[in-house]
Design a protein around this ligand. Structure first.
Ligand code: ZN
Length: 236
């Protein structure tokens, strides 16, 4: 069976002692930087809803760890080290596999899976994640349309165009949504704006940024920038 093997990399040991707080920091830095550049202390603090001073403390701890998970310089923020990037991707893989498992096998709706996966992502082993992946037929995406890192932690290139950037006459397919708020996800379900649906832009109002769109050939509806800015599309 094709289970993940990360022989000699220390991945298993690190995952076992990974605290929830450490995982949350690594995920936020990964998210802010796409795994590459630097994330500022205030940016990280805003995303985690904590004081910048506590972020500084944690970044110093992560930088002093064995192996160091971030590279931290005062006033320049933090960058993930290769070990930090690998750990962030392991947590992201666990999270998205759990979401897909809850959705596909246990009947959870897409607005219910995120909170449950957040609680479980830190405690499952690489072995369990590998078995979930195999049981689901190695899914490529989670219920929100976000790609699931493969067992070697590789990710396909991510689409980055927002629905809000499209203009009348353009068509695209919904790739994923960036907001995890359950109310928002239920609203998107109601209007049919879910991954893999086709959207056509009919009208744009430059004054308020509203777009009139047709979802899957249905009736025209007007969507505000809060909605269209949270939907990522592909093949525009
Ligand atoms: Zn999630």
């Amino acid at each position: 069976m094709g289970f993940a093997h990360r022989g000699g990399m220390g991945g298993n040991a690190m995952t076992e002692i990974l605290t929830e707080a450490v995982a949350d920091y690594l995920k936020v830095i990964y998210d802010l930087t796409c795994g590459e550049g630097r994330a500022g202390t205030t940016q990280i603090a805003a995303r985690l809803g904590v004081a910048p001073a506590s972020v500084t403390g944690m970044l110093k701890r992560l930088a002093a760890g064995q192996p160091p998970l971030v590279e931290y310089h005062r006033h320049h923020g933090a960058r993930l080290t290769p070990a930090g990037r690998r750990t962030a991707l392991e947590v992201i893989r666990n999270h998205r596999l759990l979401e897909q498992f809850l959705h596909q096998r246990l009947g959870y709706r897409w607005d219910e899976v995120h909170a449950e996966a957040d609680r479980l992502e830190h405690v499952i082993s690489d072995e369990l994640a590998g078995r979930i992946a195999v049981a689901l037929g190695n899914p490529s995406h989670d219920p929100h349309g976000e790609p699931i890192p493969a067992s070697d932690l590789s990710l396909p290139p991510l689409p980055s165009t927002r629905l809000s950037e499209l203009r009348p006459g353009q068509e695209a397919v919904v790739a994923h949504v960036t907001d995890t708020d359950p109310d928002f996800l239920r609203y998107l379900s109601e209007i049919g704006l879910t991954p893999q649906t086709q959207v056509t832009v009919l009208d744009y109002s430059p004054y308020d940024g509203n777009l009139t769109v047709q979802v899957d050939g249905g009736e025209a509806q007007v969507l505000g920038p809060k909605v269209t800015g949270s939907v990522v599309v592909e093949n525009p």
